[in-house]
Write a protein that binds this ligand. Sequence first.
Ligand SMILES: [Cu+2]
Length: 363
Amino acid sequence: MRITPFRILFLSGFLVTLAPTGALANGEAHQLAGSDGVRADTHAPIGVMADHMHEAGEWMLSYRFMRMEMEGNRQGHNRISPEEIVTSESNPHDALDELRVVPTEMTMDMHMLGLMYGVSDDVTLMFMLPYLENRMEHITFQGGSGTDQLGTFTTRSSGFGDASVTGMFRIFTDDTHHLHWQAGLSLPTGSNTEEDTVLTPMDERVTLRLPYPMQLGSGTFDFNGGISYLATGERLGWGAQYLATLRTGRNAQGYTLGDQHAFSGWLSWRWVPPLSTSLRLEYSHRGNIRGSDPEITAPVQTADPNRQERELLQWHVGVNWAGQGALAGHRLAVEYGRPLLENVSGPQMSVDETATLGYQYSW
Ligand SMILES: [Cu+2]
């Protein structure tokens, strides 16, 4: 069965409703009615990483499934068709004047394993290891010019991405407000030499190193740093986070991925202590690639280091659920998002939708 964002939402909505009901049936009703219990809105929407800290000696294990689907292409803000791309967009590599292969659809799945530990009440450590699965569909156009389609093909890559270790440091906490900063290091554990078979404009099936967006790791040691703020009022919660990923040096293939900056702001509403819903706006910017891999030379936009810059504004809706009583320590959350504005150094594929489903257990 295909896992669509709608199905993720549906399934988790179902679990979210069932679990507190189960807890009530087990005689935990007093905990829901009497005290505040474990509040769902003390964690940010699940698409936000490193949003919360732990007390000294507390551990948390988490699993997130994140999917991004991309469909069609843009140049700047505007949509551009495959036929327009292959007749008007120049190929930076030898042999052909124009791009002759166009990606039409991409699915990026990430399974993210996380482990957090409260070193002290003011310092939390977090380890993350992603496993990635990418799939990209393409159209190949015949020969060096014109709009005759030769055929289509799909490329795939999968494996572990870049593992990271991050420290989170408390700045301020009171009954309502929480503020911390974070600094981390991402290690080049993900491959950037993934290959698959493609259909060339000369009607040959050849195995090549895949273009940049299909690779699994940056190949460089990357720093990440940011600041997170989260507030929980009576019912209303709000928060914000800025997060930067800064690349260092060149990888073994001769390039450096673009730096990334992301800013999120959100509002949440706590219906009952275990359940809150959220609305989040996220702005992100990713730069172009510096340098290039001499093995990545296909006449396709994704193989161009200067067609990687992207500015994206997205909205997300989310649900957080926090277990009570016998289920205390367990959390489930889901978030679904779509773009509001996109601006790319194109042509590049366009983001269609994103979804995150997460489970967290702390003890
Ligand atoms: Cu945690």
